[in-house]
Design a binder for this molecule. Structure first.
Ligand SMILES: NC(=O)c1ccc[n+]([C@@H]2O[C@H](COP(=O)([O-])OP(=O)(O)OC[C@H]3O[C@@H](n4cnc5c(N)ncnc54)[C@H](O)[C@@H]3O)[C@@H](O)[C@H]2O)c1
Length: 293
């Protein structure tokens, strides 16, 4: 949807044909919603630019960009990358959506490994524009630059992770917050509802348009150095007592789950996901109207 609404021709391939059928309906419905709120100029035109390929080679022929969304399993990715590298034009970029597997683990053996990188999107990518770009040690600088330009061109917001590391940047930040949240709720300091409010009605309001550095820069008259002079004591103390990996052990997960109560039914989950996407659409439009990224 991201590429198609930006005018690109898109060919989808999945080795389970039913997935392609489901994608067709989902794409048409979602692009229509995006048009209604002003995020897509011509939904019907964008839908018409997306076709389904019955063979992977047909999807790859003449491709300029390949976005791989295989299951998060390194052996599957390694296997299919051999085909991608052999069948895609030598000029095509091969980008992986992987959330946590560094590209060096599935591209090392490829002749065309210099054109491979991770381009990690965030769900749902048509509403949350960040994309983390992270090359393997052998990814060419030209590939990273072209990927950055392409992502910008299709309306996403790329960042470059300069060296491979587990979790890239986004999931390391999310992990730091989740680790602490699991401790605070698991050890009974706060209810899950109140913890969620702290983000939704506190930190998250600023974070929807400025990051933590831009935030602290305004929280002391002399900027970041002044902020650190004033407040580093508290953060130093917290850093000395980080949440332990045991916050993910079954005992603590059970405590957190009990505090949260019954898991939502499938229908309730669908309702909440639709509500999330409705709010994200409104926020995306608001951010676009404010012309910031
Ligand atoms: N779901 C998310 O929120 C999210 C967000 C960012 C990145 N990612 C990453 O995107 C990738 C895909 O995630 P997902 O949640 O969509 O996974 P998924 O398991 O839901 O979908 C994977 C798809 O790949 C297809 N597939 C499996 N083997 C194949 C093969 N050999 N050839 C062609 N197609 C094949 C499956 O039929 C399935 O449709 C993962 O690397 C994941 O880490 C996911």
């Amino acid at each position: 949807m991201v590429f198609a609404r930006a005018g690109w021709t898109v060919r989808l391939f999945d080795n389970v044909p039913a997935q392609l059928d489901a994608a067709r309906g989902h794409i048409a419905a979602s692009l229509a919603e995006q048009q209604a709120i002003g995020l897509c100029a011509d939904a019907a035109g964008a839908v018409a630019r997306v076709t389904m390929a019955s063979r992977i080679e047909d999807a790859l022929a003449d491709a300029a960009w390949v976005q791989e969304n295989l299951p998060e399993q390194v052996d599957v990715k390694r296997d299919v990358y051999r085909t991608l590298d052999a069948a895609a034009p030598a000029t095509a970029i091969l980008a992986s959506s992987t959330s946590a597997i560094v590209a060096s683990r599935f591209t090392q053996m490829l002749n065309g490994r210099a054109r491979c990188l991770v381009a990690h999107p965030v769900n749902p990518p048509h509403l949350v524009p960040i994309v983390e770009l992270c090359g393997a040690p052998w990814t060419s600088a030209a590939t990273i630059e072209r990927a950055r330009a392409t992502m910008t061109d299709v309306g996403q917001v790329p960042i470059v992770v300069r060296r491979e590391l587990d979790g890239f940047v986004l999931n390391r930040l999310q992990g730091a917050l989740l680790n602490e949240a699991m401790r605070l709720v698991g050890e009974g300091y706060v209810s899950p509802e109140d913890l969620d409010k702290t983000v939704a009605h506190g930190l998250g309001l600023r974070w929807s348009f400025m990051g933590p550095f831009a935030t602290i820069e305004l929280n002391a008259p002399g900027g970041v150095a002044d902020y650190c002079a004033r407040y580093s004591g508290i953060y130093r103390k917290l850093a000395a007592e980080p949440p332990a990996p045991a916050v993910w052990d079954s005992e603590n997960v059970a405590r957190v789950a009990a505090a949260l109560g019954d898991a939502p039914t499938a229908a309730e989950r669908d309702r909440r996901m639709a509500e999330r996407d409705r709010r994200l659409l409104a926020l995306a439009r608001h951010k676009r109207d404010q012309s910031e990224t």
